[in-house]
Ligand binder design. Structure first.
Ligand code: CU
Length: 264
């Protein structure tokens, strides 16, 4: 869509270079989605809310700032602040890829995960994001050593310092039964010792296909609820001990559906 390019250029024009100051002061979030060649515009905290809220093209729940959520018991850990629902859905077939687009991402350390929640027979705008049953369909953490602080995380590979947006493609499980769903992308950044930063954003999906599969109850998590502040992989100091090279991504196992499907 033509509208995307001017927005991107306008944003990059005000974005300073990748200095240490930026790493401390600037956060970020998920700006747009693509399915195949189609762009779906998400919420932009730098654009006036009244130009976006309730617009028929909006597919993403609102997020007011690029700041993180710090507490696992904050209700906004579900779908950011305030997480107000959009009027529209991204149409997608089970087995297709949805790609999350970030204009930039600055933090290198911590896991990334993607979750779905069925809206049942309701419109997703009527679903309480804190009561929904979320199941994880994708995750990535530390990819290679030598340790948590100096190793290469998916989050670091996801960064782009050449001005191109960061792309995060994930496949909807091919056997997932059709229906209205919410999708939740979360980046957890743990570069500050014992002060985890959660960056969740949610959108609404209309999933089609011939699947009949749905995760059993043990995969369904609540936000808040999925995470514990005592989890040593959430309340973590990655710099001590220096030789630690194992990281367990919080939130339980991934549900992949009955069939194998291509993973990123
Ligand atoms: Cu940040």
């Amino acid at each position: 869509m033509a509208v995307i390019v001017p927005l991107l250029l306008a944003f990059l024009a005000i974005l300073p270079g990748p200095t240490a100051t930026v790493l401390v002061l600037a956060h970020g979030g998920l700006a747009n989605y693509t399915v195949g060649e189609t762009w779906y515009r998400g919420y932009d905290p730098n654009t006036p809310a009244e130009e976006q809220i309730g617009q028929p093209w909006m597919v993403q729940r609102t997020w007011d700032t690029i700041d993180p959520v710090f507490s696992v018991t904050d209700k906004h850990i579900a779908c950011n602040i305030p997480g107000a629902p959009p009027p529209s859905y991204i149409p997608i077939q089970a087995g297709e890829k949805i790609t999350a687009v970030y204009w930039y991402w600055l933090h290198p350390v911590g896991p990334m995960s993607v979750w779905l929640a069925a809206c049942g027979d309701k419109d997703c705008s009527e679903v309480d994001v804190n009561q929904a049953g979320w199941f994880k369909i994708w995750e990535a953490g530390l990819l290679e050593g030598p340790n948590l602080a100096e190793g290469v995380w998916y989050q670091k590979k996801f960064q782009n310092w050449d001005g191109e947006p960061g792309l995060w493609p994930v496949t909807i499980p091919v056997n997932l039964r059709p229906g209205l769903y919410m999708i939740r992308h979360e980046i957890l950044s743990i570069h500050v010792e014992n002060k985890p930063q959660f960056y969740p954003e949610c959108a609404h999906l209309n999933v089609t296909g011939a699947g009949t599969d749905f995760p059993p109850d043990e995969y369904l998590m609540k936000f808040p609820g999925a995470y514990s502040a005592d989890d040593p992989y959430i309340n973590i100091n990655i710099y001590v001990p220096k030789d630690r090279d194992k990281y367990i991504i919080p939130g339980g196992p991934i549900w992949e559906g009955l069939s194998d499907f291509p993973r990123v």
